[in-house]
Ligand binder design. Structure first.
Ligand code: H79
Length: 445
């Protein structure tokens, strides 16, 4: 028996409209974390902080007014939006999620509702507008990251403990509504809003407001998608409502981690999107990447495939420098991912969970009748074991952009698929042709 909720899930199951399908089929995105925090890059008053660069204000206990003085130094002279869009295109990302405003409160667009915007910096121009145009011109969708938590605003409250808090926070929510309406009006091509900074008690006590924001954006921008992190229900339950139903259009809690590919198959029941950093936990630009492990391009690729194999999207983060250029490590990563995607993108875009038992050599993805084997670990036996579901037969196996490889049936619903004659020395993809008689009986019902 379910309890009745005014602000719970607006829908059961996945959205099946064209806009949601586009969100899902895009599969690979890039995150851009760019704000004032790029200027100190993890260093304050001569001290280097190992924590996330975009949280430096908190680590170094910098008062808001002092932090916001960084605006005087916001002048990215090497910023070239066309080059950014070309880099994203070459990498093979189909969408880019941009931090319009992170926790610090600095807005990349000239908001009418605060003085802490790009318009009040030496740069002056609408830098968000320049990005939106450049990405859209390359055919790349733009999604907006928006932090509800705002360290620059005097009316923000972490909790509501008095009437004064209630009045101030009501003003804050109205301010936030105004900023969101402003974004939706100024940049009508935006496809998605990804909310962050929604974990405080003040917001959990105002679940009605999160439902209102979702509805408001959907009325202003038909087809727009909204992440689950925005949402809290009548009882302050987040992401999933008190009846266990996903709120918003897709689950967004997999940050710097992924579901277990064997144990967590429940995620295949809803749409979801994961995001990841390249160092252990740096979203904004940090000067010193030697302070934590930095993932190799191969490790990034494996996470992309892992997400898609479970019916999710993956967003790889970039933290541009204060001068508007990308660090060399990020340029090299984008190139490496792009080289792989240009050969193997067929197993990512438009692909979904295949429903086959995972094997140690890697991951399956699927697009209709095509099943892709994405091989990350080559076995010494040079045979890739495949176990098919009941009534599914493999008829042919071909390396993507390569030659056919042998397939031998070894037992009922078990096959050995041969490795390519020459070891590719990198993750490779085998496309399987299958004969699926699972629903054969249905035809004669
Ligand atoms: O934008 C990136 C991060 O800055 C942001 N989300 C990604 C996309 C983010 N960082 N941390 N978090 C989100 C999670 C917040 C964790 C918290 Fe806490 C734990 C907030 C409250 C409890 C630790 C303690 C940090 C603040 C107080």
């Amino acid at each position: 028996q379910e309890i009745s909720l005014k602000y719970g899930a607006g829908r059961l199951g996945k959205r099946q409209d064209a806009d949601m399908k586009r969100f899902r089929d895009n599969r690979l995105g890039a995150f851009i974390h760019w704000g004032l925090y790029a200027i100190p890059g993890g260093e304050w008053n001569g001290e280097m902080y190992g924590g996330a660069a975009e949280w430096l204000k908190a680590w170094a206990k910098v008062p808001a007014d002092e932090w916001l003085k960084l605006m005087e130094q916001w002048n990215p002279t090497r910023f070239n939006p066309k080059a950014w869009a070309k880099m994203a295109k070459k990498m093979g990302v189909k969408y880019v999620k941009i931090t319009t405003k992170h926790h610090e409160g600095f807005c990349l667009w000239p908001s009418k509702y605060t003085q802490y915007t790009v318009a009040q910096t030496p740069y002056k121009k609408d830098i968000l507008g320049e990005m939106v145009k450049a990405y859209n011109d390359e055919g790349i969708d733009v999604h907006f990251y928006f932090s509800v938590l705002d360290w620059s605003h005097p009316d923000y409250r972490y909790d509501i403990k008095s009437e004064e808090d209630e009045i101030a926070f009501a003003r804050f929510l109205e301010f936030t509504d105004n900023q969101l309406k402003e974004l939706a009006t100024r940049y009508p091509t935006v496809k998605d809003f990804w909310f962050d900074g929604t974990w405080d008690a003040s917001i959990k006590k105002n679940g009605w407001w999160t439902a209102h924001v979702e509805q408001m954006l959907k009325e202003m921008l038909p087809g727009v998608t909204v992440n689950s992190r925005l949402r809290a229900d009548d009882y302050g339950k987040r992401h999933f409502d008190s009846n266990g139903h996903l709120m918003g259009d897709y689950e967004s809690a997999y940050e710097r981690r992924l579901p277990d590919p064997v144990k967590d198959l429940k995620v295949t029941r809803w749409d979801w999107e994961a995001c990841m950093t390249v160092p252990e936990n740096q979203w904004g630009y940090h000067k010193d990447w030697s302070l934590s492990y930095v993932k190799t391009p191969l490790e990034v690729l494996e996470r992309i495939v892992h997400a898609v194999s479970m019916g999710g999207n993956m967003v790889v983060n970039f933290g541009p420098q204060p001068d508007g250029d990308f660090r060399s490590e990020e340029k090299e990563l984008a190139d490496a991912v792009g080289r792989w995607m240009s050969v193997n993108g067929e197993c990512i875009y438009g692909c979904d969970y295949a429903g086959w038992d995972k094997q140690a050599w890697g991951y399956y993805t699927r697009k209709g009748k095509e099943v892709y084997m994405v091989v990350f670990n080559s076995p010494y036996s040079r045979h890739l074991v495949v176990k098919t579901p009941k009534d599914v037969k493999i008829t042919k196996a071909v390396v993507l952009n390569g030659k056919e490889v042998g397939v031998k049936e070894t037992a009922r619903n078990e096959y050995n698929v041969d490795m390519p004659a020459k070891d590719p020395g990198a993750p490779f993809v085998i496309k399987l042709q299958i004969e699926d008689n699972t629903n054969a009986a249905d035809k004669y019902r």
